[in-house]
Design a protein around this ligand. Structure first.
Ligand code: C5P
Length: 237
């Protein structure tokens, strides 16, 4: 895997203009961007097409969760748009996940969202109407369902990455948000890890937002994170 492309920058801004301003500021060293619900709801596929036109790779984070036919059709449209990563909820169940995996084509890889990090064990217990002994167990259970259905990987914290890597092998993609370079603010993130920790735990891609986008010099902040990743990679080999 190209080391340079391991950082994914989330475009957590409301308009295409703001998104492209950030893309311009980061320049050629940023090659992979995440488009989430806010930007996609406002700008639709046009922002994805513009990123692809600029030779950027796109992670479309729509967290699809619907009946199998509807999800399969959305997956097929995302494949046609040139998206490389797309999220689906593992809780949609095996039939939905299998339909999504079958609808995939080209370079698109599907990532399962297991348990939203915003969900407390109590809240999960209310949703599933049973006592939740361990969130880790639930993450593992849902990841197994996704893996069995042919989904290509998961979104997971660095704390779960090594367990996932050892259970599902090297081909299973692990994409990790909640990354904070040492010394930077955790913001509203709960379980944070440094870029080097995530690399050591086996994450393939690191989603890093505010430590880069809110930095006084975003391009310099990205360069420094990429250097940390390069050193961690070098230490592993
Ligand atoms: O600014 P920050 O680095 O916290 O941004 C992280 C990005 O990853 C945001 O787009 C956020 O929505 C996303 N994300 C997350 N935690 C998850 C899943 C996605 O922070 N569990």
């Amino acid at each position: 895997m190209s080391r340079v492309s391991r950082v994914i920058i989330p475009l957590d801004v409301p308009t295409t203009t703001e998104a492209l301003t950030l893309v311009d500021r980061l320049g050629t060293q940023a090659t992979f961007y995440k488009v989430g619900l806010e930007l996609y709801t406002r700008s639709g596929p046009a922002v994805v097409e513009e990123l692809v036109r600029r030779d950027k790779r796109v992670f479309l984070d729509l967290k699809l969760h619907d009946i199998p036919t509807t999800v399969a059709r959305a997956v097929s449209v995302a494949s046609d748009l040139g998206v490389e990563l797309l999220t689906v909820h593992a809780a949609g169940g095996p039939t939905m996940l299998e339909a999504a995996a079958r609808a995939r084509s080209g370079d698109l890889a599907l990532l399962a969202v297991t348990v939203l990090t915003s969900l407390s064990p109590d809240e999960m217990g209310t949703v599933w109407d049973r006592e939740i002994r361990s969130v880790r167990e639930e993450v593992g259970r849902l990841a197994r369902i996704a893996h069995g259905a042919g989904v290509n990987g998961v979104v997971a914290s660095a704390l779960e990455a090594s367990w996932l890597r050892s259970h599902f092998g090297d081909d299973f993609l692990i994409v990790t948000p909640g990354i904070r370079p040492a010394g930077s603010s955790a913001d509203d993130q709960d379980r944070v890890s440094t870029p080097a920790d995530a690399v050591r735990a086996g994450s393939d891609y690191l989603v890093i937002g505010r430590p880069i986008t809110q930095a006084p010099d975003p391009a310099a902040a990205l360069a420094s994170v990429m250097e940390e990743i390069r050193s961690a990679d070098a230490a592993r080999t």
